[in-house]
Design a protein around this ligand. Structure first.
Ligand code: HEC
Length: 144
């Protein structure tokens, strides 16, 4: 764990020093905290990780907006609330621009605080509940 943390902070320093991405930008946070599992392009890893491509469609379902923040990889991340709100907005437009509702209101830090205080434990059960509410939800490629 310690070695991983050291490697990550070295990477963070190297990226910031190289000026490739600004420290704490949404893209920076994504690379550091999400990309290891969700890949650079948000694609699924079948059998393990669901795609981020298409996640905008959760916004059309009751409870979907909360769900996207309450999944453990998001709610329990060490990213500060304001940066996490920015990251969610970035993630949605980056990987799911075509699925965004026209009336989408960006996540705010205040909202993210509320959702992440209740991290999901039974992720799959909640996700299945959302599917029931929206038959054309993203393919569940990662949870079989
Ligand atoms: C250790 C691997 C891992 C990391 C790191 C991770 N995730 Fe995930 N993510 C998952 C898995 C696995 C799921 C499926 C739900 C579950 O079992 O937690 C998921 C689900 C999601 C979902 C819901 C998608 C769906 O269709 O259910 C979103 C949105 C998401 N992650 C975003 C992020 C973001 C943003 C970050 C970085 C802050 C992140 N994740 C970090 C593994 C990870």
């Amino acid at each position: 764990m310690l070695r991983t943390a050291l490697a990550l902070s070295t990477l963070a320093f190297a990226l910031a020093a190289a000026g490739t991405v600004a420290a704490a930008s949404p893209q920076f946070n994504y690379i550091l905290h999400c990309q290891g599992c969700h890949l650079a392009d948000g694609a699924a890893t079948p059998g393990t990780i669901p795609p981020l491509i298409g996640t905008g469609r959760f916004l059309a379902v009751d409870g979907g907006r909360e769900f996207l923040v309450r999944v453990p990889g998001v709610s329990l991340s060490i990213i500060p609330d304001d940066e996490l709100a920015e990251l969610m907005n970035w993630m949605l437009y980056r990987f799911s621009a075509d699925d965004m509702p026209v009336d989408f209101e960006p996540y705010t830090a205040e909202e993210v605080v509320r959702y992440r205080q209740e991290p999901l434990v039974e992720v799959e059960a909640v996700r299945v509940g959302l599917f029931g509410a929206y038959e054309d939800a993203p393919e569940d490629q990662g949870q079989q």
